[in-house]
Design a protein around this ligand. Structure first.
Ligand code: BGC
Length: 794
């Protein structure tokens, strides 16, 4: 539909209708206005499969339609393969079309600042170039089918702890170079239909209300013309959001926010032109999706399952191998670990797919001709060492030639909304690995969406990191073990030796509200390499069943001037005995300071003895840092190699017009200096969060500071215990923990009309000391509560 037609529709809409359009119909559909010919469109999670709930009226996690469950982003990132991500996106898009879904809520490309973030499994990398490139490829794939993609969570949403009321405090250099860079790449190269604003505040302003971020950077600087949608329940001051360009609130949260928009326009605090701009973008989005419904597409679930397997296999990272792998044909394997029966293949939360065709290792290994005896060895529901299970596993190992142990993070360790507090795998698994390693050579297949500490590493012969392999991850494991597939994945994040080595260790969850990103640009390998820290496995690392040699680096220029490019290349040869793929990486390292960044990567497949030249064209941005605007660095080294710590060749590029990098001393113990960090800001954007009197932005945990608040908290806990199925989608403890950190306003918007603003106001009166009046208000709102799950059509 052309813009003039959209403008004609806008001119026919009343203020109320325009305000209505700015939030959904329910939890997943946009609001239709049939009289004006405006249809509604359906969107669902994402990102590694579809989560189309049977009940579209609620945003609470409900049973969903079976769909292909692809490997999670932490896994696919290890493929370093744009084409593969494109293919995955296209398959996801076709499945969405089949289900009548117009937009998939993904990919998520937030930076892995700490290994502890409970949502790391949904994100690609600690490096923005890798995350942005892969995100862009996936977006292009999804959108090639006529399904929209929604890039999320914009921006700086890097922990889950109090994610809806926390304030990420980031200096401008780190913000641009680390936390926005991936979004910029994905927006410019992927051109997503939509961008989802994050829950958190960034430098003192909610991301969905940050005009400088949405209007200034996203739309103004990067030229994004699509829809900006809130994360689910992320709206606080709705009229401020409209003014900032946050077009659509999802899910529908009741009439409160619609009325706020109407009131603000009427009393002149919101310019109607800003509202019209949001409505225009919503209508463009809706009509674009509507038009796509006519495009042809093909969805083949069997093909998608096979693709899910290929992605899992090509993303697995061989981290250690003393020659045990691939397994010799005919060896007798003791297959150990309960994950062989109950696989870890995805994380929990909004991305949790109901897999259409879930495999496990017990079945997959058999069909791949692996002769095994299975014993669980440990239970995944706890971490207690069970001697009987261990003895059974030892017995199985004695009767076999080798042991394959599937170990890793149990499902309750990786849940959206909840950060981990440590990097261990449970003790019962460690015990199993160590005891079995005394009996037979052990290969560990590691599952989980984030790094773990590995005090047991030296006792095993081989280690394959399978991350979260999706529904076909088990047969991908079998392919790697047997050598049917030669592993070619490389880590998209550093594995530190211990959690305390992470640069954000002291500044990750020390404060509910203000999160000081004290390490600035020193995130991931940028830190470990600059601080010369020993690591368990470096960024970009991964072995193969073959070997690759690098030689003959060439460049077309020894110096760089603004507006130019520098192309570097190297020859890579497969010098081993098996066909395989290598991820060739290109970094730029400052000459005068300890600072290095990834600027390019290519994955090439080579037969034994074959060689190929791989080249990278670097542009101005690759040689720049951010100060007030992008500035050229001084002379740099351009390095090519196999990981951030295995750079085989380099050349110097002189940059006569370059400037020195801003000084920021690297702390080797993570105790970053406050004064140096505060010195990066004109004014530190700390927020003061008034705990009492409580507002609609207060959480159940905040209530604990007063006696009556603790009682309310306890009552909610009892309610959860009574009404949430303990064996259900999430279980009591996790559900309660999620609820406890959500502000009242989010509980309202996510409840699908179960808990209304009126009821929330009653609760607030109670905890603020007006117990009697609060009870009256609560019950009166409760009685009036008409199910607000679906907006009434006007
Ligand atoms: C998540 C989003 C997700 C949305 C809808 C939110 O809690 O942060 O990633 O798309 O829910 O389920």
């Amino acid at each position: 539909m052309v813009m003039e037609q959209i403008d004609t529709i806008i001119s026919q809409l009343s203020l109320e209708q325009k305000a209505d359009l700015c939030s959904g119909l329910d939890a997943w559909n946009t609001f239709p206005i049939k009289d004006c010919g405006v249809p509604g469109v359906l969107m669902t999670d994402g990102p590694h499969g579809l989560r189309k709930q049977y009940d579209e009226s609620t945003a609470m996690l409900e049973q969903s339609v079976p769909a292909t469950c692809y490997p999670a982003a932490s896994t696919t990132a290890c493929s370093w393969d744009r084409e593969l991500l494109y293919e995955m996106g296209a398959a996801l898009g076709s499945e969405a079309r089949e289900q009548g879904i117009s937009m998939v809520l993904g990919p998520g490309i937030n930076i892995k600042r700490s290994p502890l973030c409970g949502r790391n499994f949904e994100y690609f990398s600690e490096d923005p170039a890798l995350a942005g490139e892969l995100g862009a490829a996936m977006i292009r794939g999804i959108q090639s089918t006529g399904t929209g993609a929604c890039l999320k969570h914009f921006a700086a949403n890097n922990r889950e702890y109090f994610r809806m009321v926390s304030n990420s405090i980031i200096d401008k250099r780190a913000l641009r170079e680390i936390y926005l860079d991936g979004f910029e790449r994905a927006v410019k190269k992927g051109k997503p239909y939509a961008v989802m604003s994050a829950y958190n505040m960034l430098n003192g302003t909610y991301c969905g209300e940050a005009s400088a971020l949405i209007r200034g950077v996203l739309r103004g600087e990067w030229g994004f013309g699509g829809l900006v949608v809130s994360d689910w329940g992320a709206c606080y001051n709705r009229e401020k959001g409209i003014a900032a360009g946050l077009d659509l609130e999802m899910p529908y949260s009741g009439e409160e926010n619609t009325n706020r928009i109407i009131r603000a326009v009427k009393n002149g605090t919101l310019d109607e032109a800003d509202l019209d701009a949001c409505v225009r973008r919503i209508l463009s989005f809706v009509f674009r999706c509507e038009k796509n419904k006519k495009l042809p597409y093909q969805c083949d679930m069997e093909k998608n399952h096979a693709l899910a397997r290929r992605i899992a296999a090509e993303s697995a990272v061989l981290l250690k191998n003393d020659g045990l792998l691939p397994l010799k044909p005919g060896v007798k394997v003791a297959l150990l670990g309960e994950f062989a029966e109950h696989p870890r293949y995805q994380g929990a939360g909004s991305s949790m797919i109901h897999p259409a065709n879930l495999e496990n290792a017990i079945g997959a290994f058999r069909s791949h001709g692996i002769h095994y005896t299975y014993a669980p060895g440990f239970s995944i529901s706890g971490d207690t060492v069970d001697e009987t299970m261990l003895a059974e596993a030892e017995c199985a190992a004695r009767d076999c030639d080798v042991a394959v142990i599937i170990a890793g993070l149990p499902p309750q360790y990786e849940v959206e909304g909840i950060d981990r507090t440590h990097m261990h795998i449970p003790q019962n698994q460690i015990e199993l690995i160590e005891r079995i390693a005394k009996i037979k050579p052990v290969a560990v297949l590691l599952c989980g969406g984030a790094p773990v500490e590995m005090p047991w590493l030296s006792s095993v012969s081989a280690l394959v990191n399978c991350y979260l392999g999706g529904e076909a991850g088990a047969s991908a494991m079998a392919q790697i073990l047997t050598g049917e597939v030669n592993p070619s994945g490389k880590l998209a994040e550093t594995y530190p030796l211990r959690l305390a080595d992470n640069p954000s260790y002291h500044f990750f969850s020390d404060d509910r509200h203000n999160v000081e990103y004290r390490e600035s640009v020193y995130v991931g390998y940028r830190y470990y390499d600059a601080a010369e820290k020993e690591v368990l496995f470096p960024f970009g690392f991964g072995l193969s069943y073959t070997t690759f040699e690098y030689s003959d680096m060439q460049t077309d220029a020894g110096s760089f001037a603004p507006g130019g490019t520098v192309t570097v290349s190297a020859r890579v040869e497969n010098t081993g005995g098996a066909a395989g793929a290598e991820v060739v990486q290109c970094y730029v390292r400052a000459d005068e300071a300890p600072f290095k960044k990834l600027c390019g990567f290519e994955k090439i497949f080579l037969q034994p003895g074959e060689s190929a030249r791989v080249s990278f064209t670097l542009t101005e941005r690759d040689f720049s840092f951010f100060s007030d605007g992008w500035q050229l660095m001084q002379d740099v080294h351009v390095l090519i190699g196999a990981s951030s710590r295995d750079l085989r060749m380099g050349i110097i590029v002189e940059i006569p017009e370059g400037k020195p990098l801003p000084e920021y001393p690297v702390s080797t113990d993570g105790h970053w200096n406050a004064m140096q960090y505060y010195g990066l800001f004109e004014k530190i954007p700390h927020i003061t969060f008034s705990i009492h009197p409580f507002t609609i932005n207060a959480t159940l945990k905040d209530f604990d500071s007063v006696t009556i608040g603790r009682t309310v908290h306890r009552l909610v806990a009892k309610f959860v215990e009574k009404h949430i199925d303990p064996g259900g989608y999430m279980g009591h403890d996790i559900m309660l923990q999620l609820l406890e950190e959500n502000p009242m306003r989010v509980l309202v918007s996510m409840s699908g009309g179960f808990f209304t603003y009126g009821m929330a106001r009653g609760v607030l009166m109670i905890v603020n000391g007006q117990v009697f009046m609060g009870l009256l208000a609560f019950f009166s709102a409760y009685r009036k509560r008409k199910k607000q799950k679906i907006k009434s059509k006007k």
